[in-house]
Write a protein that binds this ligand. Structure first.
Ligand code: ASP
Length: 404
């Protein structure tokens, strides 16, 4: 009999979690700490993993390659982002989402103000890198790791010990990711059981249409747009998605791109994408590349505008697309962050910010789908950029190399 690997157990934990959550309901939330433990274990790995792999990876780049990688990475991020916006606008636009929704039951909510985009931009440069590492601020860590990697390359031989140290740290961190994954089945079980137990079907009912539209848009992006792009680039899409599926599954359960990052790095590497490409494209993507979140924000904004009886014009739709894309860039890779940033989109089209209160109660359900797409997005960008950079990908991922 074939041995069930860790992924098999994780899938079992996922399905059993849904069933147990549905049967037991609210009382199952007592096992929530088991899920939190898992998320904490993953988060523990994020900072040392990104820092060591990225700095070590960049130290092997030439200046020209680095510039090209940055350009390509952002090109792919925003190419898929634009596709996502078109899908979201079409789906929400023709569905009439939110028309007639009773906004009278509005609950007042306290909303944290989203950071301004200028602040997000400026905060990329760490005034104190050690503080950024300690606080786990991903973008400043990425910035520092890149410039450190560049200077290691420039120094050359004298900086070899530092490079070797970073490489050794990266290897050890990957090993640790493997160990943490063994707790995955229990963690995923607990997270799913608690989520399903908390949101019984009855809570979801009034929001079923909105949730359906968000899932539909995300599914089109995941199963349609990404495979099409990979195919275009000569990569076997479903084979690749099959190889990296742990990553979206973890994202679905944890609702955090950041916490899923160690898993994404591991699966992309295991799928055959070289380490230095993974360590460059994935961490940045986990922070600034969020197609799922952008689509959710656009659809929710249209839903709420309709619910409040706001007549949407062509101008509104353009604003929604542009601001959702920007808001998704500013969204942190943690649960619920997209909901806070949604206030930016609502503000841009004149929908009352209180609208957030209408969907806050079921946000977690939508967070699962959008986070899964957010991370799939990064893993797809990784393999595509790797291919265009001449990375040696395994034959079974490439059209024309394998017939199976
Ligand atoms: N939870 C999402 C993520 O981590 C962000 C969001 O709330 O949209 O990718």
């Amino acid at each position: 009999m074939k041995k069930i690997g860790v992924l098999g157990w994780i899938l079992i934990g996922f399905v059993v979690g849904i069933i147990v959550g549905a049967i037991v309901g609210k009382p199952i939330t007592v096992i929530k700490p088991l899920g939190t433990l898992f998320i904490n274990l993953l988060k523990m790995l994020v900072v040392p993993l990104i820092f060591s792999t990225l700095a070590a990876g960049v130290s092997t780049f030439t200046g020209e390659k680095l510039g090209r990688m940055i350009g390509k990475t952002f090109f792919w991020y925003y190419l898929t982002g634009i596709a996502a916006m078109i899908i979201a606008l079409i789906i929400a636009g023709i569905s009439g989402a939110g028309i007639g929704f009773p906004v009278g039951e509005l609950k007042a909510v306290q909303i944290k103000a989203p950071p301004s985009l200028i602040d997000v931009g400026l905060n990329v440069i760490p005034t104190n890198p050690i503080e950024s590492l300690a606080k786990g601020d991903i973008l400043p860590i990425i910035f520092f790791a890149i410039v450190l990697g560049m200077s290691i390359a420039a120094v050359g031989k004298a900086a070899e010990p530092l490079k070797n140290f970073l490489q050794a740290l990266a290897e050890a961190m990957y090993k640790l990711v493997g160990y943490v994954l063994w707790y995955g089945p229990i963690g995923v079980f607990a997270l799913m059981a608690t989520t399903v137990g908390t949101y019984g079907l009855s809570i979801l009912k009034p929001y079923a249409y909105l949730i359906f539209l968000v899932y539909l848009a995300n599914a089109i992006q995941f199963f349609g747009v990404y495979p099409a792009l990979m195919r275009l680039m000569g990569i076997r899409p479903y084979r690749y998605l099959n190889k990296i599926k742990e990553s979206p599954i973890f994202a679905f359960t944890t609702c955090s791109s950041s916490a899923t990052l160690p898993v994404s790095m591991r699966v992309c590497k295991a799928a055959g994408v070289p380490d230095r490409t993974c360590s460059f494209v994935l961490p940045m993507g986990a922070t600034v590349n969020m197609d799922g979140t952008g689509m959710y924000q656009a659809i929710s904004a249209i839903f709420l505008a309709n619910a409040f009886g706001i007549q949407l014009t062509f101008y509104h739709y353009i604003m929604i697309a542009v601001v959702s894309l920007l808001a998704s860039i500013g969204t942190a890779g943690v649960p619920g962050a997209g909901l806070i940033m949604l206030s930016m989109v609502l503000g841009a089209i004149g929908v009352p910010i209180e609208g957030i209160g209408i969907i806050a109660g079921v946000d977690r359900i939508m967070d699962m789908a959008r986070t899964a797409v957010n991370v799939a997005d990064d893993t797809v960008a990784t393999v595509i950029i790797g291919k265009t950079e001449g990375d040696e990908l395994p034959d079974d991922l490439l059209f024309g190399k394998s017939t199976a």
